[in-house]
Design a protein around this ligand. Structure first.
Ligand code: NPG
Length: 370
């Protein structure tokens, strides 16, 4: 049981080392909400994975901030002594808003585990102490620039390259990458930019031995993905469409995908993420850990999750240097074998550096239990 005495929200901004472009937009800085809870026994940190605009999902930073301030935090304070495993039911009166809910659940869980001196990885049921890492490569201004970026990431040791694609920047780019790097583990991510009528694009991509094609169709669809999966050889992976363990079950029953990307924030927190993992394992569907350009706080959270047994493919669990010259925490550094160590300290195992956190902060608000 944990009693949260206070909550502090910060909106932080950190420049990206290079712009990151997907089919839904381009970012030049990482802007996110960081929650810090103080319980009777410890501090805990949670990073919200929402972005500046509601373009990956319907959540965005200011919306998440307001949902936390007006609904979730008051409900958490009113609940008094809460068991983190019951927090989701305390929040259930708010429909949707999984990223906002995950932020508080993560922070409370972190505080609870720090008080127990137990690592998040051990609490979740980790079976490994290192996680294989892939890298997600944004849509580059040209094929030459793309090939150069990929060469750099491979030299660093990344085990899988994921290319962002969109209509018009797909088959030719993938062909060029495949010709330059015939052997690498290669996948593509469309972020829902295509329609079922684009099936020929995916048939063409079948020629390149891709590990998967991620979220080709609408961000809430399961049915049309099941039709597409029947038409192509490459495994479909779902990201945006899987918002809960129930979605993972429906997708597995329907045959909408053969691989699932798990982002704990997208599904409402670590406990639901573990349930997604378990459902996928039941169906023999491998999962991997997605990323949302997190700072070291969110990245360390992801690494603990990625240590579970059914995480069988390299994740978007890249090193700090992929995104930031300076992180909020100590940098996470890729090993030469393309892995990152799973943090083993109490809770998420890392702390933000107070000076860097302060320098990155644009706005702060504090809430106290009455
Ligand atoms: O390595 O953290 C990372 C980013 C990996 O490509 C990545 N994330 O669609 O999965 C995605 C994409 C993303 C980033 C989505 C930010 C939403 C926000």
């Amino acid at each position: 049981m944990t009693r949260v005495r206070s909550l502090e929200l910060r909106l932080v901004a950190i420049p990206l080392v290079r712009p990151f472009r997907t089919s839904f937009g381009e970012s030049t800085e990482k802007v996110c909400v960081i929650a810090r809870v103080e319980t009777d026994d410890a501090l805990g940190w949670g990073e919200c994975v929402s972005d500046v605009e509601p373009n990956f999902s319907e959540e965005w930073n200011d919306g998440a901030w307001n949902v936390i301030r007006d609904f979730l935090a008051p409900a958490m304070f009113a609940a008094g002594d809460v068991d983190v495993e019951r927090l989701a039911s305390v929040f259930a009166f708010v429909r949707g808003n999984p990223m906002a809910k995950a932020t508080l659940e993560n922070a409370v869980l972190d505080a609870e585990l720090r008080a127990q001196g137990r690592s998040l990885a051990s609490y979740l049921g980790a079976v490994r102490d290192r996680v294989g890492c892939g890298v997600s490569v944004g849509i580059a201004p040209s094929t030459d620039v793309l090939l150069e970026q990929i060469g750099g990431y491979l030299a660093e040791g990344y085990l899988r390259i994921k290319l962002k694609i969109e209509p018009g920047t797909d088959v030719d780019r993938v062909r060029a990458v495949r010709e330059a790097y015939p052997e690498i583990l290669l996948s593509v991510d469309a972020n829902a930019a295509y329609r079922l009528t684009d099936v020929e694009v995916f048939r063409a991509l079948d020629e390149f031995g891709l590990l998967m094609v991620e979220q080709p169709l609408h961000h809430e669809d399961l049915w049309e993905h099941s039709l597409l999966q029947r038409e192509i050889r490459t495994d479909v992976c779902l990201d945006e469409s899987i918002r809960s363990a129930a979605d993972a079950r429906a997708a597995s029953e329907l045959g909408s995908c053969r691989i699932v990307n798990i982002k704990q924030g997208r599904v409402g927190g670590l406990l639901e993420a573990k349930r997604v993992h378990d459902v996928a394992a039941e169906f023999g569907v491998p999962v991997w850990c997605g990323g949302m350009l997190e700072t070291g706080i969110g990245r360390s959270t992801n690494l603990a999750l990625a240590a579970l047994p059914n995480f069988r493919l390299p994740g978007d669990t890249s090193a700090t240097s992929r995104y930031f010259a300076e992180d909020l925490t100590e940098p996470l550094v890729l090993e030469a074998d393309g892995t990152l160590p799973v943090p083993n300290g109490p809770g998420i195992g890392v702390d933000p550096d107070p000076a860097r956190l302060e320098a990155a902060t644009r706005r702060t608000e504090r809430f106290e239990k009455e």
